[in-house]
Design a protein around this ligand. Structure first.
Ligand SMILES: [Fe+2]
Length: 289
């Protein structure tokens, strides 16, 4: 039996905005979702679909084993890390690179041109550990299948743009270009950016040891969701969201979370050969043929 809720907004736009980069707690929700549930706003827009036991454990574990080594300490997670500011150079000037707090996070799959690197490419993980990356593809394909099944309208649009993208930058047979992998990372309040806006977000969590909390909370609606192994959440990640604190953690506690998405600028990627030319132009200032 799938519970259906119409979620009322409990925060004004400005109140919600004031939560940006803040860490949220049990004060920010009044409903905790622990079973299958579909939630809509009062206009009938889908807010989330949550399904227990949707991913076979062996497929989940193969994804964890494959992608875990992509995780590194990084300051590239922006407001989700609890801070987002321009990097200050040693000479005191302000660079155009945005950085945040250091968190354990990785990127799997492909990246488009950004502030640091001006061409489309494999992520460092996919480049340096291509066999491992390949081993995790069935996990991504499984999530893609659930996406199609549970959010068909959003999926159709995302799959169309993925199908129109140079296939060297799309995870084989899916609507995703990239997977973010986070370890024991309590995200601060943020809205996702850089993903395909007409798509729908997702979250998968792998847990070891024991901990409580770490709920996915949508403060505007006062709703939190408790994800366990093999659960899947599709959520409107363009709404404000965060994790609550982790409590009662055993010494061996582990939480690896996965977010799979299509990077919106990847439709502009050319063939790898042409992208390589861009690196040469960037390095030398000349197009070398
Ligand atoms: Fe997010």
């Amino acid at each position: 039996m799938i519970k259906k809720i119409i979620a009322k907004k409990i925060l004004s736009k400005s109140k919600a905005l004031s939560l940006k980069t803040k860490f949220l707690t049990s004060k920010h929700y009044n409903t905790l979702i622990e079973e299958d549930c579909d939630a809509y706003d009062n206009l009938g827009n889908l807010l989330f679909r949550f399904r227990k036991n949707a991913i076979p454990f062996d497929i989940l574990k193969s994804g964890v084993d494959a992608f875990e080594s992509s995780i590194e300490l990084t300051e590239s997670r922006g407001s989700a890390s609890g801070s987002s500011h321009k990097r200050i150079r040693k000479d005191g000037s302000i660079s155009n690179i945005t950085v945040g707090n250091k968190v354990e996070s990785g990127s799997v799959g492909y990246m488009d041109s950004g502030a640091m690197v001006k061409y489309c490419r494999k992520t460092a993980f996919a480049r340096n550990h291509f066999d491992k990356f390949k081993d995790g593809v069935p996990f991504v394909q499984f999530v893609d299948k659930k996406y199609k099944e549970l959010c068909p309208k959003h999926y159709e649009k995302q799959k169309a743009i993925a199908d129109g993208t140079n296939k060297n930058y799309v995870i084989d047979g899916t609507s995703f270009t990239t997977v973010t992998v986070n370890k024991n990372f309590r995200t601060a309040c943020h809205q996702d950016a850089g993903d395909f806006k007409e798509g729908f977000g997702n979250l998968i969590v792998y847990r070891e040891g024991n901990y409580d909390g770490g709920f996915f909370v949508m403060p505007e609606y006062g709703i939190a969701i408790d994800l366990h192994n093999t659960d899947i959440l599709f959520a409107d990640v363009h709404k404000w969201h965060a994790n609550t604190e982790f409590t009662n953690c055993s010494d061996d506690w582990l939480r690896v979370s996965f977010v799979m998405y299509y990077r919106e600028n990847m439709i502009k990627c050319s063939s790898p050969k042409q992208e390589l030319q861009k690196t040469k132009i960037e390095k030398t200032g000349y197009l070398t043929l």
